[in-house]
Design a protein. Sequence first.
Lengths: 337, 468
Amino acid sequence: MELSELWFVLIAVVFIGFFFLEGFDFGVGMATRFLARGQTERTVMVNTIGPFWDANEVWLLTGGGAIFAAFPHWYATMFSGYYIPLLAVLLCLIGRGVSFEFRRKVDNPKWTKIWDWVIFFGSLLPPFLLGVLFTSMLKGMPIQDDMNMRAGFTDFINVYSLWGGLTVTLLCFLHGLYFLSLKTVDDIRKRASQLAKKVIVAVLGALVVLVVLSYFMTDIFEVRLIPEIALVVLIVLAYGLSWYFNTKQREGLAFTMSGLGLAATISAIFVGLFPRVMISSISKAFDLTVYNASSGAYSLKIMTIVALTVLPFVLGYTIWSYYVFRKRVSEKEHLTY
Amino acid sequence: MDQVLLARIQFASTTIFHFFFVPLSIGLVFMVALMETMYVRKGNELYKKMAKFWGHLFLINFAVGVVTGIIQEFQFGMNWSDYSRFVGDVFGAPLAIEALLAFFMESTFIGLWIFGWERLSKKLHLACIWLVSIGTILSGFWILSANSFMQVPVGFEMNKGRAEMNDFFALITNGQLLVEFPHVLTGALCTGAFFVAGISAYNLLKKKHVEFYKASMKLAIVIGLIGSIGTALSGHTQAQYLVKTQPMKMAAAEGIWKDTPDPAPWSALAIIDTMKKENKFEIEIPYAMSFLAYSKFEGGLKGMETLQKEYSVKYDSVVGKGTNYIPPVKTTYWSFRLMIGFGVAMILLALVGAYLWRKNALDRSRLFLKLLLPAISFPFLANTFGWVMTEIGRQPWSVFGLMTTADAVSPNVSSGTILFSIIMYMLIFTILAGVMIYLLVREIKKGPEMKHHSNDKISTDPFNKVGA
């Protein structure tokens, strides 16, 4: 395997990590409106992700940085091409990030209410926009022979990309509900689990439609038929099992399965892309691939050494922090955020 | 307006805004870590209160710093895609490493620190804040190694019109980095120190929590002294390095049009006429420029006119005939002087503080305490002017000698799009700045937690009344 291929895999892994982790805190953010009854419950919910959301977001930054370092052309084409959607993601993440810190710095329910709305929209829109971004990438964007993408409104927003955005949002919402049922007590815990039983129906429906749309709108089943079918089976299986475990009140397993489902979904996108990193809708000759968009061999070697040395430590202390805050969160204790 | 100008305005405004919070975070968390260390070692509750109170202020600032930092990582690709294609090979690596090595560490351990007061042992909790502090410093190292490459490109070779990394070690031992990193770091210590000093002074003037703020002030004086003197020394080294590596920037920063006599005088003040390429009125200090440039009282410097000719011979093949290599002189000249001015003021204040401390008169000299209030802004101003000088002084280059700023911009992004994003950022920055200042003032007025009940937070929780 060439190093540029390895880096494609590593970047996929980072985005899987991002959706697995930030996915649930986006979902919890959505649940602050769709599940919470009143401010006290919102406070409990926000505190379940309190110690984690910041580090979860770093996975996105690491993904961006890794694309920049390993595939400068991919980074340049994607970030300049998706200017407005990424601007919107940035504004959401900015608002959301400070809101966690600010929401209870003033003892006034009105103050908290404002920031809680920011948390809600800041958690709802980024998964939607990133879903739009990834699915439209899969469908192909107008990339010209100078590697630059000059896209119009319908390139970004069409049935396929909107459905992709909706699906990713639903996956994150479900993931967040499982996380809440795992991390809260009593009433919230029960209601999170009950709502998840309804949302999973929507998730499975959305996924089926997305698969059908992908068959018609993209070439992923042409270029990678067997792996894509295997992944679709895995996705359905994972969400089916999460449904089952949820009905049996095995919250940890339900959460794990929805995480697996998210991971398989992101994998399906990356497997469908490979070896392309950006698909040109104008001509196959203008595709950016892991071979023509990558950094030099030396740079990739250095990055590989650094990443493989540092990543185990990152995973180690990340797991430790989840272990430290393994207890369920309830309103009876002191809540920081 | 054209894209280049708009993209530059956006880069300048977002980085300057971001860099209000970065040095304060680096400096303040280091001081909070010291406070908690004193608490853990001596068991004195006063230090715990200090760590908590200043930690609160740090967190408000840190949150804004983190979120405004995300923009920076996206911005290179969004506005400067040709730059990213050209140097991504070299420049992307430090950014990715920064995320892997520093951002994960900062964000994970800050979570553990905020939420872990009751869940972790004292020593483990202390280790968390130190890891956050180390994380912020590492983050500075990696981003500055990327910036240093733009000032003094090393460790690369040109391949098919792109700069490709061929020596990672050269990149992280770049001479520019070795002078720039200490300068930024000591500047950050100043920022933390004068922030703590100013707020302590305000409260000492009001005679509130005297013991608490006196102890805070003492730490601030120590750090302020180290920071301000360290900034001057590292700045001096950096200037000497600049004379060797980017002589045009130095000549512009000193307003030197024609080659200086040997020994060279230092221009303290000048009225610069960039059209006629001369200084109309100038106050000069004899020998001083030679000393600044070479640490001895001899040696002349080349002027901008000579350098323009030299650069033309060297770089016209890269960027085309007739390029003007002289950066905006007035901006470079005045931002350099303002940075030095505020830096010197900080050294003087720190020295006076140390003197008053020895005389045991820290809370009695009202003039000194009053001076410390506006001095909160000094490091912020010095940091900003320093960066303005560094980045404006490098123009017309984005990467010195390799790529101009005009060639670096995204060709597929319209000026309307950039303008729209600038407006959005400015809108959100205004709100953030307003909210942050409001919250900081509130926290400062509230003061340190002086009650002795550990569960008093719960009884003041307003949501117990609202909810359930």
